[in-house]
Write a protein that binds this ligand. Structure first.
Ligand SMILES: Cc1cc2nc3c(=O)[nH]c(=O)nc-3n(C[C@H](O)[C@H](O)[C@H](O)COP(=O)(O)O)c2cc1C
Length: 363
């Protein structure tokens, strides 16, 4: 393992069990707002503010296309720090209506050789009420904030919709978009909601209850053609976008690993890309596509944008590449735009799709 991204800190953190390392990282990040000089030094170094990276989507200004994926800051504790690290939007959660401990530890594992993680956390989080209090205290925030919604483990699957409605009610007006998460592999039965009827009903009712933009996050374990069909159905039912993808349970991608939890990072990359391609072919221009899974470089982020994603997110690369990863990717994107003679991110989005021009830009 090279530890090239952040040799000192990673040597330390990689000695700790992964979840302890994550907690230590969150504690360090939570200190940042109390150290204004350090925070502004980091922000100067890592926040890439360039009009060419900026896009207006969902009625909001996104200063750049790279966001933090759900699961890193489940409870909204490190919003100022992650903004200072250069993420251009943040997705908090997954939050469930009632706080819950998640699965027994150990439940988070690193595979440094493959730059990949395996997690079986199971939506450990403090619940909707705690998040709502923190969001109120954060107002006004400086980059778009989404909240990823899930159901409690003890809620029977047939009553799952009620959990999503309860969260919409509690958090409406406190964030910029919601993600309906039906794709985590660590809550038994959750993925069974990846089906036209259940999702369609859920979205139509959610639309009636909230005017905040709603997106749906899908699994990479759907066959790409199936993901495209389902994505189309959710957009027709009122979702403004689709996030592709969550973690995979195709353990063949990580030979020898115990078959528990979801895989993320490099081993997920091509599968996530194939899902994006299939969905973009059908839906590009009709909704916002957000690509996630194995993105760890500007080249990879650029490939997703050109394939039709307006936005990208990452989680695992933060562990393997370190705190400068967002800045490195967004600076690298500027170089790639220059190389290809493109004036803005918006001009790159969908550039690799056939007849991109005639389909119209996404909202
Ligand atoms: C430790 C860990 C926890 C995660 N928790 C969530 C979660 O709560 N909700 C969710 O939608 N995705 C969750 N994810 C999935 C990520 O948001 C992302 O979809 C996935 O990791 C692929 O991106 P990556 O390869 O950049 O990590 C989690 C991922 C990891 C590694």
């Amino acid at each position: 393992v090279s530890f090239s991204g952040y040799p000192l800190l990673s040597r330390l953190l990689f000695r700790l069990d992964p979840e302890t390392a994550h907690r230590a990282t969150l504690s360090l990040l939570r200190l940042l707002p109390y150290l204004p000089p350090l925070r502004s030094t980091l922000a100067k170094r890592w926040q890439v503010r360039d009009a060419r990276l900026s896009q207006k989507l969902l009625g909001l200004r996104f200063p750049g296309p790279l966001g933090l994926a759900a699961g890193f800051d489940k409870d909204g504790r490190v919003v100022p720090a992650m903004t200072a690290l250069g993420f251009s939007f943040l997705e908090l959660g997954t939050v469930t209506p009632v706080g819950q401990p998640g699965n027994p530890r150990p439940r988070l594992f690193r595979y440094p050789e493959q730059a990949s993680l395996r997690n079986a956390l199971g939506f450990n989080n403090q619940g909707g009420e705690a998040l709502s209090r923190r969001l109120k205290a954060l107002h006004p925030w400086s980059v778009p904030l989404g909240v990823n919604l899930g159901r409690n483990k003890t809620t029977p699957p047939e009553r799952a919709a009620d959990d999503y409605y309860a969260l919409l009610e509690r958090l409406d007006g406190l964030c910029d978009y919601f993600v309906i998460n039906v794709s985590s592999p660590n809550t038994p039965g959750l993925r069974e909601m990846q089906e036209e009827r259940a999702l369609g009903d859920l979205l139509r009712e959610a639309r009636r209850r909230s005017s905040t933009p709603l997106l749906v996050k899908l699994s990479p374990d759907l066959a790409p053609a199936r993901a495209a069909e389902l994505a189309e159905a959710v957009v027709e039912a009122g979702a403004i976008g689709v996030l592709l993808t969550n973690t995979t349970i195709d353990y063949g991608l990580l030979p020898g690993a115990p078959e528990v939890g979801g895989l993320s990072g490099r081993v997920l990359r091509e599968r996530s890309f194939a899902t994006l391609q299939a969905v973009a072919k059908r839906l590009y221009g009709r909704c916002i596509l957000v690509s996630i899974g194995g993105i760890d470089s500007a080249e990879e982020a650029y490939r997703r944008l050109r394939a039709g994603a307006s936005l990208v997110q990452l989680y695992s690369a933060l562990v393997f590449e370190g705190p400068g990863v967002a800045a490195r990717i967004q600076r690298g994107l500027l170089e790639l735009l220059d190389r290809d003679g493109l004036g803005s991110i918006a001009a790159a989005v969908g550039a690799d799709l056939p007849a991109a021009g005639s389909r119209g830009a996404p909202r």
